[in-house]
Write a protein that binds this ligand. Structure first.
Ligand code: ARG
Length: 588
């Protein structure tokens, strides 16, 4: 289906043309003065210079041609040259009847679908997930769903941090605790045990313990670095331990992401691409890009136009070790080879901005990806506590994701039980579902690049711009529709009628905007714009609900039309929240 504004533009373009003006001037936008009109066109102002006429005259000429329009109503030329107008009620009603039959609710697919590769999540194996990883997962999941809905082919990769110092730290700590294990015996030639020598709970305790020791004890740290190095060089026993750490940790990560309703097509990691490094480095040397500087191997990536200095990429340190940058470049080698995507999108903490500038420039310079491949860094801001500082636990530690989710769920559970709207046995499940909406919406409704305050009280509120408010609206609609079905009404049939009151029209106008809201959210990779739309739609629905007697309406065709508006509102809201990454219960 064509977007509503496009249809309005067509009507205006005809009027511009018959009045003797350029039809391309007929750009239409939602009015920024909703108290005056629903839509507006500023084309007369834009065209004044070329036409050598005052804009008001042009506007009046155009308006004169629109007097009999079936599409626009209340058309007015306003100083200094605005054309203000409303949408004709019956035209709007027909448009909504069309939406009822459209499985895509008026959202057109992307004209040229692209192959989009997404890198988000980015947890580090064996380290507990923390709130920083939460943002990447939530934002990435929503952008993925939006892009797929718009018709893109999307490949998502979690890109595990599984090759770093944390592995050496764990190996070292295990060595201290259990020196008798065969993994540490260099002369051991048999098969290592299938079973990991630790559980996830132990692993979670071992890492912070080892990390703490390494900060205080120089020798311990050197040991861990050596263990990391030996593992990376392929020491058999250490690789066997690495596999155990990976499998225990990944099993746990999968559970966590499942709970968040976040999924990935690929569970690749830093370790998977190490094999590309030697060849990649040879190529960069052969091209004359990589050279030695104070023992390290580097590539210059600065540009004359840089406002701030961009330091060179370090490919290899003086001890021959590769770095985060090297791994990200090697990852691009693999992604290009296996998928050759049109665009690769990274959703990572914005403090890694410079790293990605370096990686992208180096990859283009070295021809790892073609010039036309779009490399995008979507850097997100920090999630802060109410004190405005990065989110901490009560005792000042890094807040673990699990605990944060639990805190929200407990608060939700309390509210739901208080409301007595669901059976006690269902309250736990409902609290989980609503809690997830609270967390995800709380995050997504902010522009991703900005820092935001994680406020449990606000996020879990049933009122205001929150996830639970959207769910509450959905539950309300479901319950009215269920009552109408119980009454044996033949709902879901019949046409949408022209609106009879203002709140009804406002709801209809809002429903007609979904296509445009989705297009913007997709193009700008901005789930917060979809949130803003869904919030406005919910407000419009609730106002209509409070001002209208729906089920007791005596005019049956009017009542059927109301019910159609309810169906459309429900479908639009449910489609919208699914694209944000959560769902609604039947009651709450
Ligand atoms: N593991 C990294 C971290 O915790 C994030 C990885 C982001 N993706 C990437 N390709 N570098 O900071």
């Amino acid at each position: 289906m064509e977007k509503l504004v496009k249809l309005l533009e067509k009507e205006l373009a005809d009027a511009f043309e018959t009045a003797g003006y350029d039809p391309a001037l007929a750009k239409v936008t939602v009015s920024n003065r909703p108290d005056l009109c629903e839509y507006q066109c500023n084309g007369a102002m834009a065209g004044a210079k070329a036409c050598h006429k005052p804009p008001l005259i042009i506007a009046q000429d155009v308006v004169a041609k629109l007097s009999g329009s079936d599409v626009l109503s209340d058309v007015e030329a306003v100083r200094p040259g605005f054309i203000n107008f409303n949408v004709a009620g019956s035209f709007l009603a027909d448009y909504l009847s069309g939406l009822l039959d459209d499985p895509r609710l008026g959202v057109a697919k992307n004209n040229v679908p692209k192959k989009l590769f997404m890198d988000y999540g980015g947890p580090n194996v064996a380290k507990p997930l923390h709130v920083g990883h939460l943002r990447s997962a939530i934002i990435g999941e929503s952008i993925k769903r939006i892009a797929r809905f718009m018709g893109d082919e999307v490949i998502s990769d979690i890109h595990l941090g599984d090759w770093g110092l944390q592995m050496g730290l764990i190996i070292t700590e295990l060595h201290h605790r259990h020196p008798e294990l065969p993994y540490f015996d260099e002369s051991f030639e048999g098969d290592y045990p299938q079973e990991a020598p630790f559980t996830i709970a132990e692993l979670e305790e071992i890492y912070p313990c080892a990390s703490g020791k390494s900060k205080e004890d120089e020798a311990y740290r050197a040991e861990a670095m050596e263990a990391t190095h030996q593992m990376q060089e392929g020491r058999r026993g250490y690789l066997a331990l690495w596999k155990h750490i990976l499998s225990v940790s990944v099993a746990d990560l999968r559970k966590n992401y499942e709970k968040l309703d976040v999924s990935f097509d690929l569970w690749k990691g830093e370790s998977d691409v190490q094999k590309y490094i030697p060849q990649m480095i040879d190529d960069m040397k052969a091209k004359g890009l990589a050279y030695e500087d104070a023992g390290a191997l580097i590539v210059d990536v600065k540009d004359e136009k840089d406002a701030k200095e961009v330091p060179p990429c370090i490919l290899l340190k003086s001890d021959g070790a590769s770095l985060y940058t090297t791994t990200d470049l090697a990852t691009l080698v693999e992604r290009q080879k296996d998928y050759a995507p049109d665009e690769i999108l990274y959703i990572v903490d914005k403090r890694q901005d410079l790293h990605f500038v370096q990686v992208f420039r180096c990859a283009k310079k070295a021809g790892i990806v073609p010039e036309e491949t779009v490399l995008t860094f979507l850097g997100f801001g920090t999630m802060n506590g109410k004190d405005g500082k990065p989110f901490k636990t009560r005792d000042g530690g890094v807040m673990r994701l699990e605990n944060l989710i639990r805190e929200i769920e407990e608060e939700m559970f309390r509210k739901i039980v208080e409301n007595k709207s669901v059976k006690d046995t269902d309250a736990g499940k409902t609290a989980q579902q609503v809690g997830l909406a609270a967390i995800k919406y709380g995050d997504l409704s902010n522009q991703a690049t900005k820092d935001y305050v994680f406020d449990v009280d606000r996020f879990t509120s049933f009122e205001g711009n929150t996830g639970p408010y959207l769910l509450y609206t959905i539950v309300r609609i479901k319950s009215i529709l269920a009552r109408s079905a119980r009454d044996g009404e033949a709902d879901g049939a019949g046409a949408v009628l022209a609106p009879s009151v203002e709140s009804e029209k406002a709801l209809m106008l809002s429903l007609a905007l979904f296509g445009q809201a989705m297009e913007t959210a997709y193009q700008e990779k901005a789930p917060h714009k979809l949130c803003a739309y869904l919030y406005e739609l919910s407000n419009a629905f609730n106002r209509f609900y409070h001002e209208t007697k729906i089920l007791t309406e005596e005019d049956l065709s009017r009542k059927a039309s109301f019910l159609q508006l309810l169906h459309l509102s429900l479908r639009t809201l449910e489609t919208g929240i699914d694209l944000l990454g959560f769902s609604a219960p039947d009651r709450m």
